[in-house]
Design a protein around this ligand. Structure first.
Ligand code: NDP
Length: 491
């Protein structure tokens, strides 16, 4: 039986890849579709199309309100096609259908949110100290945006880039990850149907070192919006030495979850499970380091171990499944290697620590909890991007802060306590871009998101993200008809 073939979307047309590769279904490990692998020539074509679109009246001539309506329409189409998009994302990445269906609802909301913001991007009038001058600021689209996303939530992570970029009037070349690109290549059909003029949005996939490098170093790219790991981010920053594109980076994390003895342990344990085992731990905000006040350490560990053992692992397309496979075999092997090194350096496996018995194919791994860990143990030091929780005891607030902040990352954090004054003290002291108090893994288009340290540069989401896709033009307009006074003196 022949496999379905996906196409890139360049300059308003769906085109076969000059080269192709097979995408694997993570639940079976077998090829299920053929994907295009964009090379340098295709990337160049897409960037040139995006650059042309910037001065094409079909796009540049739209009012901000008209741009907003297009985004709103795209949001509506995503909501209408949510079932198909969710099914494709689950098929290509192994993410469970319950999660992909719910997440696509948010994706539609992000496009609608930025559609609403398109005509609220305001300039300014400046009261300068010169009576014959009017000075005002215009906010103009920054130019061609290269948007690059990893495999774990491609529709969602591209919405936080395309939404504000298109609201601001930019054009975009979006590179889907070579792992699990199907939902984004399908999404391109909705962009087309929504009526965006040709070249405004281009969607392609290909390998990082060819497609990604050509895109981020292209001389016509003015803005790079990247989500991925810190080591790839360093490549991207080096690539942008070529075009000096303004770059934002959303990177990984090793997020701490801190539980004090006065916390509601039952509720906290559900949030901890959500933080590390949802999406099979393949989430940038995974709460992978758990710090527990020593007096409740053993009790919480027991609760968590029994919850982890009860998690239903299985076919990601089955709505009863709670944890599906990892997205790739490479990812599975990486996790196995880190667990092995962690156990060799003294970590104790409380539960999990292996591929689940009975799963002969697919990239499955058990929900895993490791105790007897320190921040230096490999499982607590390195981002695993898998269902692995490292548990570390602490004594008092100072110790909790020191241990939680002892990481080069700073993306998210969780705090569990019923003590309001302590919560406020901890919020100030924790070094992370997000602090969830008595909850975890909540998102909204209205709220900015981003990290400290190695977790990134810049913020996505929220209204200010739109400004990051604009450039300010300062306009000086002389209102006097008199000749210009002394031309040799700066005014
Ligand atoms: P990678 O950094 O490996 O890849 C990210 C993207 O960059 C992919 O599309 C990849 O392409 C591309 N790429 C690879 N090499 C280059 C290059 N030389 N130039 C330009 N682009 C390149 O990340 P993963 O796919 O492994 O994703 C996991 C990482 O993403 C984790 O660190 C995770 O924490 C982070 N992440 C951060 C989020 C945030 O919002 N802060 C959200 C989600 C994930 P290809 O896949 O084709 O190689």
């Amino acid at each position: 039986m022949s496999l379905p073939v996906f196409q890139n979307y360049i300059d308003g047309s769906f085109v076969d890849g000059a080269e192709t590769f097979e995408s694997l279904d993570p639940s079976t490990g077998a090829p299920w579709a053929v994907m295009p692998a964009a090379g340098a020539e295709e990337v160049d074509r897409a960037v040139r199309a995006a650059h042309r679109a910037l001065s094409d009246p079909a796009w540049a001539g739209l009012t901000a309100t008209q741009r907003g309506k297009l985004l709103y329409r795209l949001g509506d189409l995503i909501a209408q096609q949510a079932g198909r998009l969710a099914e494709l994302e689950t098929r290509d990445t192994g993410k469970i259908i319950r999660e992909t269906r719910a997440q696509i609802g948010y994706v539609a909301d992000y496009y609608r949110y930025y559609g609403g913001l398109a005509d609220k991007i305001e300039g300014a009038y400046l009261p300068v100290d010169k009576v014959d001058m009017e000075v005002f600021l215009r906010r103009e689209p920054i130019g061609v945006v290269a948007a690059i996303v990893p495999w774990n939530s491609q529709l969602f992570l591209s919405a936080v880039k395309l939404g504000p970029a298109l609201a601001a009037g930019c054009s975009v070349v979006l590179k889907a990850s070579e792992d699990g690109p199907a939902p984004l290549l399908e999404f391109a059909r909705l962009v087309h149907e929504a009526g965006f003029p040709r070249g405004v949005v281009n969607v392609l996939t290909g390998f990082g070192d060819t497609c990604g490098r050509t895109l981020t170093s292209h001389p016509l790219v003015a803005r790079v919006a990247f989500t991925g790991g810190p080591s790839t981010a360093r490549h991207v920053v080096r690539n942008t030495a070529e075009n000096l594109a303004y770059t934002t980076l959303e990177l990984g994390g090793k997020s701490p979850v801190v539980v004090f003895e006065d916390a509601d342990l039952e509720s906290a344990s559900n949030a901890i499970v959500a933080g590390i085992f949802a999406a099979t731990g393949q989430s940038c905000v995974a709460g992978s380091r758990l710090f527990v006040e020593r007096s409740v350490h053993d009790r919480l560990l027991d609760i968590l171990a029994s919850k982890a053992k009860a998690i239903r692992i299985g076919d990601p397309q089955d709505t009863a499944t709670e944890m599906g496979p990892l997205a790739t075999e490479r990812q599975l092997q990486h996790i196995e290697a880190v667990i092995e090194r962690s156990v060799a350096s003294g970590a104790r496996v409380v539960t999990g620590g292996q591929r689940p018995p009975g799963f002969r194919s697919g990239f499955y791994y058990e929900p895993t909890i490791l105790a007897g860990v320190e921040n230096e143990t490999p499982c607590a030091a390195e981002e695993l991007f898998g269902p692995v929780l490292s548990v570390i005891p602490f004594e008092g607030e100072d110790d909790a802060v020191a241990k939680a902040n002892d990481t080069p990352f700073g993306l998210a954090s969780g705090l569990f306590t019923r003590n309001l004054t302590r919560a406020h003290r901890m919020i100030r002291r924790i070094r992370a871009g997000v602090v969830w108090v008595n909850t975890y893994r909540a998102v909204s288009p209205i709220v900015p998101f981003g990290g400290y340290g190695l977790s990134g540069l810049g913020r996505e989401g929220g209204s200010e993200a739109v400004l990051d896709y604009t450039r300010v033009k300062s306009v000086w307009l002389r209102t006097s008809d008199d000749p210009i006074p002394d031309p040799f003196v700066m005014r």
